[in-house]
Design a protein around this ligand. Structure first.
Ligand code: ADP
Ligand code: ZN
Ligand code: ZN
Length: 682
């Protein structure tokens, strides 16, 4: 009997593909690369991806195992998709199978014929489920129109930064550019697909509803980690079969199979959540740019505060920059930003439960006028720590270098890093003092304070604790949109994307800590966060007798240049200055970095491993920094250290990493290590 050899990528930590034997029955078709195949692996049977089919191999045939079954029901994954996975694997220094296989829906891997048939039938029903009332496209303003036309008419690889202030109508530009591309390809055999990436799940419902309403009759698939397995399978298939024309997803959607992809949009491209922080530590934004380049299609990176990497490319002309300088809604203007100086001596700002009198007055005014306010505080829980006044005890986590956070409503102390929790002690564990004090403020405490200050107010808190149940975040935001909330308190969850119509005041409670962070990216992030949360105010035109939109920031450092830039909404100057600083200090994007992390029971073991890692290969042109303990050294009883590696050339760094990783794998060590390319948290 005839046979062929299948080269199969498996989800295993080994840096090569496996050969399997496949016997060809009389008139059965030859397997194809891109098909899934069930193979024996150790004692298990696992699903792998055929990456090549050969007639022969160097391995003696009697040493080869036979593949068990090829999944012919599913159209093969394309060569372009395999190339994308291969690039990601190569760039982030992981085995191909570890990139390609986990990205597929679980049900596809377990797949039985019947379940596939069922999923394909269900597909046709996706859009019926989300029955949408059609909606007319609004007339774009000239700047929007110019941007939409430029995007839709671009040919080949055309990376574009859509730099537009909050509320400038970037979404409209994306959707109308998408509409043009879809309309053009209507008659094609393979109508276009458009991928829209968004940072967070809780942003998708509003956008999703919007997209469905705009494109009646067009199948829209959504891909994010909040989907149940069955749903994920259905939506993934809709994309893979080319039936879904618009694919809306979070970072993981960048690795989905999209055979007719013609445009990629990355909304809020600067957002840190595009970076996966465990396993394959990829940047979905960077992969999106690579994918657009590979397919020779346009890509749009949209933001009011672009990442410095993107800004740099736009300045140097590698990316085209399209600008929207004004808010899209007629007479809606950017809010006025004011600073509340907490350090000023005279007249000293009076504080009421951690909220300044100025801010309280501003909130009161909004309530009288029936307008909404938002208080932003990036810290959940009631208080970040409790302490004993008499002996100095504080609530440390015994397993981490972190405090236990007080969660008063559940009567618990919780570690936000390892998940450890315990009941609130009735008295000090060291001296028995019963008067333990919460220090500092989290969102729960602010909620409690405001309820005391404004007993009549309808207050809603939105953070990871209040929205644990599936769908609860959406319910909460719906209530805000319906006007059932006077004051919204929240973490960064409320800062992004939401289009609140009746919100005229944003208060920012405690942003100062980020000003003095050891992480050089902290100020860039703080700026983006402040612009973004400020951007929630004043999105509609000011009403007769209503308030002008306003942002009030409580700070101890009102002189800080970052706040001056926020006040003048001047990202251009701020970004240009930051880039200059980065260039002088040789930070990215002027240098390329990788981070080797090590974890061990004791910090010394982790550090020793990293010191050894430095000496295990030669590295001309590579800068090895000293191994250091991570800022938060201990998490869940594990000590963590890191070694930062730098190089002025990306290809040189890549070449070095290949050699280095091979050498590290040879090292006999019990230390757990991982390598991150282009690290963001250093
Ligand atoms: P961004 O994403 O830039 O922050 P959005 O796309 O959310 O801004 O748009 C802000 C608001 O402006 C939305 O309420 C949107 O419906 C409205 N809008 C956008 N474009 C127009 C337009 N051309 N005419 C009127 N309203 C518009
Ligand atoms: Zn004590
Ligand atoms: Zn802990």
């Amino acid at each position: 009997m005839e046979h062929c050899i299948l080269k199969v990528a498996l989800d295993a930590p080994l840096d090569f593909c496996f050969d399997y034997l496949w016997s060809l029955e009389a008139d059965a078709p030859r397997p194809l690369s891109g098909q899934l195949v069930l193979v024996p692996f150790g004692r298990r049977e696992v699903m792998g991806l055929i990456v090549a089919v050969h007639d022969d191999t160097d391995v003696p045939l009697d040493k080869l195992k036979s593949a068990l079954a090829v999944r012919t029901q599913l159209a093969p994954l394309s060569a372009a998709w395999i190339a994308l996975c291969a690039f990601a694997a190569d760039y982030y220094q992981r085995p191909l199978g570890e990139v390609a296989i986990p990205g597929l829906p679980k049900n596809l891997r377990l797949l039985k014929t019947t379940s596939l048939d069922k999923a394909i039938k269900k597909l046709a029903r996706i859009d019926a489920i989300h029955d949408a009332t059609p909606f007319a496209m609004p007339q774009l303003n000239p700047a929007q129109q110019e941007a939409a036309d430029a995007i839709a008419s671009a040919s080949g690889f055309a990376p574009t930064l859509l730099y537009g202030v909050t509320g400038s109508g970037k979404t409209e530009v994306y959707l109308q550019a998408a509409a043009q591309i879809l309309a053009h390809s209507k008659e094609d055999d393979n109508p276009a697909q458009i991928l829209i990436l968004v940072p967070e799940i809780n942003l998708t419902p509003q956008l999703e509803a919007n997209v469905r309403a705009r494109f009646p009759g067009v199948m829209v698939a959504t891909l994010h980690s909040g989907l149940a397995e069955g749903e994920r399978m259905t939506h993934w298939l809709a994309a893979h079969l080319g039936q879904a024309r618009i694919i809306l997803g979070t970072r993981l959607a960048i690795l989905s199979s999209l055979p007719h992809l013609k445009l990629i949009i990355v909304d809020e491209e600067h957002d840190p959540s595009y970076k996966q922080q465990e396993g394959l530590r990829y940047s979905a934004r960077d992969l999106a740019v690579w994918r657009a380049h590979q397919l020779s299609i346009p890509i749009v990176l949209g933001s009011a505060t672009p990442s410095l990497e993107t800004w740099h490319h736009a300045q140097s002309g590698r990316y085209r920059k399209l600008e929207l300088r004004e808010r899209a809604v007629k007479d809606a203007v950017l809010p006025k930003v004011g600073l509340i100086d907490l350090e000023r001596k005279a007249p000293r700002e009076q504080m009421i439960e951690g909220v300044s009198a100025t801010l309280v007055a501003a909130l009161k005014l909004r309530m009288e006028r029936g307008e909404q306010s938002l208080l932003f505080l990036n810290r959940r829980g009631y208080a970040p720590v409790i302490a004993c006044d008499s002996c100095g005890w504080i609530s440390n986590c015994t397993r981490c270098s972190a405090f236990l956070v007080l969660h008063k409503l559940d009567k618990r102390l919780r570690c936000h890093h390892c998940g450890f929790e315990q009941r609130i002690p009735k008295s000090c564990p060291t001296c028995g003092n019963v008067d333990l004090q919460p220090l500092g403020r989290g969102t729960q405490r602010v909620e409690e304070s405001l309820q005391q200050i404004f007993p009549q107010a309808r207050i809603m808190r939105i953070d990871a604790d209040s929205t644990r149940r599936k769908g609860s975040a959406q319910e909460a935001f719906d209530a805000v949109h319906r006007g059932e909330v006077d004051i919204l308190i929240g973490t960064q969850m409320v800062a992004k994307g939401h289009d609140f119509q009746n919100l005229t005041l944003v208060g920012v409670l405690n942003p100062d800590t980020a000003l003095f962070s050891h992480d050089y990216r902290a100020s860039e992030r703080l700026f983006a966060q402040l612009m973004q949360v400020a951007g929630r105010a004043g999105r509609a035109a000011q009403k007769e007798g209503g308030s002008a939109s306003e942002v009030l920031i409580q700070t101890r450092y009102p002189q800080h240049p970052l706040y001056a830039a926020v006040r003048s909404h001047d990202y251009d100057t701020f970004a240009t200055e930051l880039l200059e600083e980065r260039q002088q200090a040789s930070f990215p994007p002027f240098i390329y970095q990788a981070l080797l992390r090590a974890e061990a029971k004791e910090i010394k073991i982790a550090l020793d491993f990293l010191h050894e890692a430095i000496t295990c290969v030669d590295y001309p042109g590579i800068t090895m920094n000293d191994p250091i303990p991570m800022t938060m050294t201990r998490v869940a009883n594990v000590d963590r250290a890191q070694l930062l590696v730098e190089c002025t050339s990306r290809p040189a760094l890549q070449a070095f990493l290949k050699v280095w990783i091979a050498a590290l794998r040879e090292m006999k060590t019990r230390v757990r290590w991982s390598l991150e390319v282009d690290p963001v948290d250093i």
